[in-house]
Design a protein. Structure first.
Lengths: 111, 110
């Protein structure tokens, strides 16, 4: 089975509820942030990004919020579905096209 | 067809063996990366290359080497595999900030 994520923080939500996944980043000079979704047995896939001159960006069912004051990033998923079950990583760009990844959060959606 | 492919997808090898993991991309990107993923530790950068003549060490390069054979190909080698190199390995490419990942190689060193 999939060994990645055995020791990750886990968020468990009911299908149809909204999910909020949080991430604290390390470098106040980071200018770009990405959220990735990693399903079991697959590589990370891009979900949404945000530049440091913004504090909110919306996609389809997903919203990313950036609070530079406290170096915090969040991913909100509306009407969470079983297909949203995965590990979610935030990443920050702080040195010219080099991404530093967070440890990840496992989202489990209960039917 | 996938934009970023990795071979093999799974590999079991013995301590001391030399192995190579291969990555190919059809996105036309100059930048390529190799990452390692361990439970609870996210993705850690091993090596990266910004063009065919450029190779740079990442956070955890010890015990690894790479070769950029062409713009589309970037291979990772373990000269003498050891058990703590058991992990998931991902190749990625980028043309800007966003990185596109391959499906991963699960490597087990016994």
């Amino acid at each position: 089975g999939e060994s990645v994520g055995l020791h990750l923080p886990t968020l468990s939500v009911q299908e149809g509820d909204n999910s909020i996944i949080n991430c604290a980043y390390s470098n106040s000079a980071s200018d770009y942030f990405i959220w990735y979704k990693q399903e079991s047995g697959k590589g990370p896939q891009f979900i949404i990004d945000i530049r440091s001159n913004m504090d909110k960006r919306q996609g389809q069912r997903v919203t990313v919020l950036l609070n530079k004051t406290v170096k915090h990033l969040s991913l909100q998923i509306a009407a969470t579905q079983p297909g949203d079950s995965a590990v979610y990583f935030c990443a920050e760009n702080n040195a010219g096209n080099m991404l530093t990844f967070g440890g990840g959060t496992r989202l489990m959606v209960k039917p | 067809d996938a934009d970023v492919t990795q071979t093999p997808r799974n590999r079991i090898t013995k301590t001391g063996k030399r192995i190579m993991l291969e990555c190919s991309q059809t996105k036309g990107h100059d930048r390529m990366y190799w990452y390692r993923q361990d439970p609870g530790l996210g993705l850690r950068l091993i090596y990266y290359s910004f063009d065919v003549k450029d190779i740079n060490k990442g956070e955890i390069s010890d015990g690894y080497s790479v070769s950029r054979q062409a713009q589309a190909k970037f291979s990772l080698s373990l000269e003498s595999a050891i058990p703590n190199q058991t992990a998931l390995y991902f190749c990625a490419t980028s043309g800007g900030y966003e990185q596109y990942f391959g499906p991963g190689t699960r490597l087990t060193v016994t």
